[in-house]
Design a protein around this ligand. Structure first.
Ligand SMILES: [Fe+2]
Length: 248
């Protein structure tokens, strides 16, 4: 069954961009994990806030635009932003890094195989996205590493194919809350990221999706890197059965 997720569009703030994600709160008896999904900028990017509400520590996954909006949410919960975690090096996912880091002091985390790529952006790409390049990574990670905020640990799953250092971030199930996986451009709802950019490899992407993602617990919620589908989230089971590119 798919939980009733991300159905609070607009949230009454008038800009039509923001909506609340999976409503996990630290209410008494809750898990203490806060997750919010935002659609930001002009490229249907999903950015995510993941926090330990009790420890008041947070990270953003791919905070690529609308930094005011993202930081408003962090301030609302009185959160210290420790990390900016990039699922991969593409400019549309890292172009908010500079502003986010300047305003929070957060450290940039990216997979070691994408760290160098992040620093070598074609000027034409910067113009096309009206983007600023990211500063260098502060922390590079590899498969199996944990990125922690308070008592919340996101596990790095290396999923090359869209880019060499593409990675997904996996949060294990807690209490009665299903697991969650933040999939960047590796897996979308109903499709997957392109493999025709430099460093892309279709066979590697298929292997990543089938052996590293579809093997996760089937009720794991999929939080993709772009809003390209009629619904903003999915589950591993739904994708394994119905994804247009990798199914069955
Ligand atoms: Fe990408």
């Amino acid at each position: 069954m798919i939980p009733n997720v991300c159905n609070d569009y607009g949230a009454g703030d008038g800009d039509g961009l923001r909506f609340d994600g999976y409503p996990l709160t630290a209410a008494k008896g809750g898990t203490g994990v806060l997750v919010r999904q935002f659609e930001v900028g002009d490229f249907n990017i999903f950015s995510y806030l993941v926090a330990d509400e009790e420890a008041k520590e947070a990270l953003f996954i791919d905070p690529s635009a609308d930094i005011d909006l993202l930081l408003q949410e962090a301030a609302l919960h009185d959160l210290k932003v420790k990390y900016v975690v990039n699922t991969h090096h593409h400019i549309d996912h890292v172009m908010g890094n500079r502003e986010m880091v300047a305003r929070t002091g957060a450290k940039i985390v990216i997979h070691k195989d994408d760290a160098a790529w992040m620093l070598h952006v074609e000027p034409a790409m910067l113009r096309m996205f009206r983007a600023e390049p990211s500063p260098p990574a502060d922390v590079t990670v590899g498969d199996g590493d944990l990125v922690r905020v308070g008592g919340v640990a996101l596990q790095v799953i290396h999923t090359p194919g869209h880019t060499p250092g593409g990675m997904c971030l996996y949060l294990e199930a807690r209490l009665d809350q299903p697991g969650m996986v933040f999939t960047g451009d590796t897996l979308f709802v109903g499709s997957c990221g392109r493999t025709d950019f430099p460093g892309g490899d279709y066979e590697e992407l298929e292997k990543s999706v089938r052996t590293r993602l579809y093997t996760l617990p089937q009720d794991t919620i999929v939080f993709p890197g772009h809003n390209y589908a009629p619904r903003p989230t999915s589950t591993i089971e739904d994708e394994r059965l119905t994804n247009a590119v990798f199914h069955g």
